[in-house]
Design a protein around this ligand. Structure first.
Ligand code: SF4
Length: 386
């Protein structure tokens, strides 16, 4: 019998519109400009322990996720987050303000200014009804570093200046700091007018694949840079989170070093920090094998999961070849790594997995019915016979 197909929701949970999961409500916080001051971060850590399960996730879109919140506790949690300035006034504004910003900005620079303007404009654009997953990036450092992160409208640099890019297009629209935000909203309206979201769902890349980009988008794109590695940067220390999750206690301790900036790389940038000491859930070494593993929540946290996942990911990480990556998924949906990976283990039943090579969690397996015990005992199963 084949495993049941996972449910596709087509929307993202927010703080005001949380999603029920296997371990309670998932409350996703869209921190303004992806930053929490030290005080905000320490207060969020405290709230996570009081109202949630004491674990915080950083999502692939730089959102902070509190898990294990009960429905009874949700109103008090929202009131506290509103006092901290971390929640919008309504769920529609929260959904529109889907903005990812390169974390390497300085107060008052071009990136910071554009992101603030775009954030304000999205909150004010009450007539703009975009799909829940539709998002923007402000990626205006020296070279784009967010291209591998899902987004629909991107503001970047090319060799000549600022450009606006419809995701999936090979050329963009030259803009200035004075026009970029207005043009970004115009491009979002173009997406809707062109039928990009027929039943409220849709992505720019899909639309661009079947229709021509806007005719004025003729400027060449900049060359993207690699995602940064863990360690010291000019803005602070970039520290990794084991599988994108951190205990609230470690989060609070990190915040004693400086404000925290959220990133899409399962990492936090701690403003102005150097020499951060080891903490549970933190990864400080850029060669740590856990960085080569993506794993989703799995059971019991996700109601769709067919198996637990995280401990197996921890156990297998040291056995993943240094030139490969492993994706361990609780079902065929593949939330933690929607793209193909060299090695993928997809759960088909409790502690039972299929192995897929160079594919996604739903692709045809090379090996089936692998038990977690066998994988732990003979982790070379991952690579044998490849
Ligand atoms: S991939 Fe993982 S987190 Fe996503 S629905 Fe399946 S089990 Fe849940």
């Amino acid at each position: 019998m084949s495993a049941p197909s996972p449910k596709v929701y087509g929307w993202c949970p927010g703080a005001l519109r949380p999603m029920m999961s296997g371990d309670g409500l998932v409350v996703r916080i869209r921190a303004p400009l992806g930053r929490l001051s030290s005080e905000q971060a320490q207060a969020v850590a405290d709230l996570s322990q009081r109202h949630g399960n004491g674990l915080l996730d950083v999502s692939a879109r730089s959102n902070l996720q509190m898990r294990g919140v009960s429905e009874d506790n949700h109103p008090a949690l929202i009131a506290a987050l509103q006092d901290l300035g971390l929640v919008d006034t309504d769920a529609a504004a929260e959904s529109r303000r889907n903005l990812l910003i390169t974390p390497f900005w300085s107060k008052g620079d071009k990136t910071h200014t554009l992101a603030q303007q775009l954030s304000n404009a999205l909150v004010s654009a009450t007539d703009l009804s975009l799909p829940g997953k539709f998002g923007f990036t402000v990626d205006t450092g020296p070279a784009p570093i967010l291209r591998n992160t899902a987004a629909d409208i991107r503001i970047e640099h090319n060799a000549d200046g600022l450009i606006l890019l419809a995701d999936g297009a090979q050329t963009g629209l030259p803009v200035t700091t004075g026009t970029a935000v207005e043009e970004a909203l115009a491009l979002a309206r173009w997406f809707l007018n062109q039928g990009g979201a027929p039943d409220g769902r849709g992505r720019m890349k899909t639309l661009i694949a079947r229709r021509a980009r806007p005719s004025a988008h003729v400027a060449p794109l900049g060359t993207p840079a690699e995602s940064p590695t863990l360690g010291q940067t000019a803005t602070g220390q970039l520290v990794g989170l084991e599988f994108g999750q951190i205990p609230a206690t470690s989060f609070a301790e990190l915040a004693t070093h400086g404000a925290l900036r959220l990133t899409p790389w399962r990492a936090l940038l701690v403003e102005g920090a150097t020499n951060i000491a080891p903490q549970p859930g933190l990864i400080l070494d850029a060669t740590d094998p856990r960085l080569r593993v993506s794993v989703c929540t799995g059971a019991p946290g996700c109601t769709q999961a067919l198996s637990s996942t995280r401990q197996l990911a921890r156990d297998l990480a040291p056995h993943v070849p240094s030139d490969a990556t492993l994706h361990l998924s609780g079902c065929t949906k593949g939330c933690a790594h929607p793209a193909a990976a060299p090695l993928t283990l997809t759960a088909t039943a409790p502690d039972t997995f299929d192995l897929i090579r160079n594919g996604t969690a739903s692709d045809h397996p090379a090996k089936t019915h692998l038990s977690a015990a066998d994988l732990r005992a003979s982790p070379d199963i991952l690579t044998k016979g490849s």
